[in-house]
Design a protein around this ligand. Sequence first.
Ligand code: MN
Length: 245
Amino acid sequence: MRILITNDDGIYSPGIAALARIAQKFGEVKVVAPDVEQSSMGHAVTHSRPLSYKKSPINFEGIEAHRVNGTPADCVALGTHMWSQTDVVLSGINLGPNLGNSMWHSGTLAGAKQAVLLGIKGIALSTPVGKDEPKFDALEPYVEKVLALLLQDKHLGLFNVNFPQKPMGMMWTRQSVQFYDGKIVPGIDPMGRKHYWSTVIPLDPAEEGSDRWAVENNKVSITPLRLDLTNETLLSSLQFSHPLD
Ligand code: MN
């Protein structure tokens, strides 16, 4: 199996090194990742300038790795161009959760989405960051279980996986879709100028069975996703109530 690995934290993140090491148990691994952090860049792609593709062996002993001056979606487009017949793209392990509404701007998930747009299975993997860096050695048995589960099925698929800091079991979940949690917090910089932080506020409580609920209850959350955003129920009712010529 040919496994391409990317992320949005950048190629020097400990999360991508841990994922590449674990993925080697499942097949041949190559890494193509952004040269600097691209978190929250969503599914942006670079069209107005060329991309570079530079060998980057640091942190990846025995694994071919390249860094790209672009986004996670760029890395997957370029990586699969350079390595034909990629079977699966893994994106992560992100330092920070990608749950609920954050899927809309997640660069980690965009790496997996870009794979699916190209006809390749895509899996995004994330974990929360507490006071300390995530302990990837402790997560390893669960990362391995998730990969064994999701890689065995050849069917095309898009999955968003989130690991709690100390997993106790796994759950199939749905995306939490409460009101948006984005918030602007004003402040003053050291020169006395106004500035603004874009941040998030916690939403409570998480809906039972959702991705947020799973991670709050120390379960690994696995959400199957699709790219079709069409609201099927509304479409049917509009076709009936407001027929168009
Ligand atoms: Mn990130």
